[in-house]
Ligand binder design. Structure first.
Ligand SMILES: Cc1ncc(COP(=O)(O)O)c(C=O)c1O
Length: 515
């Protein structure tokens, strides 16, 4: 008999005493050889419930604090008491102590991308339903990349991919798989295109993207074996969309020089300003030039659900491959990305390698062996954290949330626009815009304006209820507002506007006093 159960059976004790005894027993058991009577890693259902209830006790106040809690806590703030590194593993400790360390010290000093006031970079989500799905995945721990091993579960991932393909308008025969994020999906797209379109010698192949591209595109190209100099960063127009004439003339001049134009990446929402490239025109150029057309829709892809996004992303269905990031536009926990391809066969062609020790791959296209169409074999069952919330709420709920984000962004834009000394640097094409402080009697050189705006951003973020980030375009430092958190509502936008407005004069005064 499990000694823990034996102790419980003999004593009538309250819950905390039970737990203390359990901890004692666990530490005690670690001194003895492992056997079926002494197996500390094998929790009974009852023990699992007890351990989980301690975790829940920590998570409940944490969840309740996210809506209006701090959007960030700098690591050097007085309230941050970060546990130092532990390069050598110490003796085993009780769960209560480990949780205390995590929740009291390690989690606190950090950005809080799931909080209502987080409007920086691209906000993250972390809907709790997905955490419930992750708990189930971790406990069942099934092998989901070989169809015959867990067909019902592999079908869940295949269904999620079909739903995404429907959403972007890909035809029958399309496919894809779930990655850990957008960077991995971009990398996998370039590797797939290379394996399908180029031979072993791709030393002359050229990749085209805009100068507003996410850095993961360049990284993906380099990791896929292309020299960085073979990634052309095409300049953008005043709305930060790729300049089509520049693209065409660069392709022509590369061909004249004996190089091999190979792939164009378009953007369905850049990170800097949320700009959407003219996807339909890019598709036409890619078709005329016989190039692979990839779209990085990591930030903007799920806006397809909304009427405005559907319009902005016209032509997305013409791509050969698309990066989506459910951990952005579907508000899921980090670790949830996706690569979609127009033809599932291209993934198989580029990834399938047989192995004698694996069951045979499926012939039926409906029975997907994900290990045969992606780089990974053993991995987490990440589809469940998408499937569960979509089954519970349907697309319509997500559509409504995304519509709300577009509306909140427009409200923020109108409010910021009406403030004195503010210049809008890019209007929202989805749910992001950029602005800067340009006082009328202030030196207009970039250096002065940049340091003024860096200081302005620091002041806006000081009170921590909202958090904005900046970027630099054409040498100008800009402040961005990106509305994508599912917990972001009108009151957070009002707080944001208040923080901006109340810091305009103090920032300007501060600079006057330096002069
Ligand atoms: C447009 C774009 N592409 C790619 C990425 C990379 O995605 P991930 O952070 O999931 O790797 C991001 C991240 O913000 C992004 O905004």
């Amino acid at each position: 008999m499990n000694p823990f159960i034996a102790i419980q059976a003999k004593c009538r004790i309250d819950a905390s005493t039970t737990f203390a005894l359990y901890i004692y027993t666990r530490a005690d058991m670690s001194q003895q050889p492992i056997s079926s009577n002494n197996s500390p890693l094998e929790l009974t259902g009852h023990q699992f419930r007890q351990e989980l209830s301690q975790v829940i006790d920590q998570l409940v106040p944490y969840i309740d604090g996210l809506l209006d809690g701090d959007a960030w806590t700098p690591h050097d703030s007085p309230s941050a008491d970060i546990t130092p590194r532990e390069p050598k593993l110490g003796p085993p400790c009780a769960l209560v102590d480990v949780l205390d360390d995590l929740f009291q010290r390690r989690i606190h000093p950090s950005f809080s991308p799931a909080s209502g006031g987080y409007l920086a970079y691209v906000p993250g989500g972390g809907i709790p339903h997905s955490a419930i799905a992750d708990l189930i995945s971790g406990i069942i721990n099934k092998y989901v990349t070989v169809w015959s091993v867990a067909p019902g579960l592999a079908n869940i991932e295949a269904d999620v991919i079909s739903w995404f393909n429907d959403l972007v308008g890909f035809p029958a025969g399309s496919g894809g798989y779930l990655t850990t994020g957008g960077s991995m999906a971009n990398w996998s797209a370039i590797v797939t295109a290379r394996r399908v379109r180029l031979g072993a010698d791709f030393s002359k192949a050229i990749i085209y993207t805009s100068d507003q591209s996410h850095h993961s595109i360049i990284k993906a190209a380099v990791l896929a074996g292309f020299p960085e100099a073979h990634v052309r960063l095409i300049p953008c127009d005043t709305t930060h969309r790729i300049n089509l004439q520049e693209l065409k003339s660069t392709i022509a001049s590369d061909r004249e020089s004996g190089l091999t134009p190979f792939l164009i990446t378009g953007h369905a929402g850049t990170t800097n300003t949320g700009a959407v490239d003219p996807l339909q025109d890019l598709a036409t150029i890619a078709q005329q030039e016989q190039l692979w057309f990839h779209i990085d829709a990591a930030y903007g892809g799920f806006f397809c659900l909304t009427d405005q996004g559907h319009q902005a992303l016209r032509g997305i269905h013409l791509a050969d491959s698309i990066t989506l990031d459910p951990h952005k536009g579907l508000f899921l926990p980090y670790g949830t990305g996706c690569l979609l391809v127009r033809e599932q066969a291209t993934l198989r062609q580029s990834h399938q390698v047989d192995a004698a020790y694996l069951p045979p791959f499926q012939e039926d296209a409906d029975h997907v062996d994900f290990c045969g169409i992606s780089p990974e074999l053993s991995r987490d069952f990440r589809a469940l954290r998408i499937w569960l919330p979509l089954k519970l709420f349907g697309w319509d709920t997500f559509k409504q949330y995304l519509e709300q984000k577009i509306k909140l962004c427009t409200q923020a834009l109108e409010a910021v626009k009406s403030l004195d000394h503010i210049q809008i640097m890019s209007s929202p094409q989805l749910s992001t815009f950029a602005f800067r402080l340009v006082p009328s009697d202030f030196p207009s050189d970039s250096e002065s304006l940049n340091s003024l705006n860096i200081n302005f951003l620091e002041r806006i973020n000081t009170q921590r209820k909202i958090y904005l980030s900046g970027t630099t375009i054409d040498g100008n430092f800009l402040i961005r507002i990106c509305v994508l958190g599912f917990r972001t509502h009108e009151r957070h936008i009002a707080q944001c506007i208040d923080a901006i407005e109340s810091n305009i004069s103090p920032t300007i005064e501060n600079y006057k006093s330096i002069d």
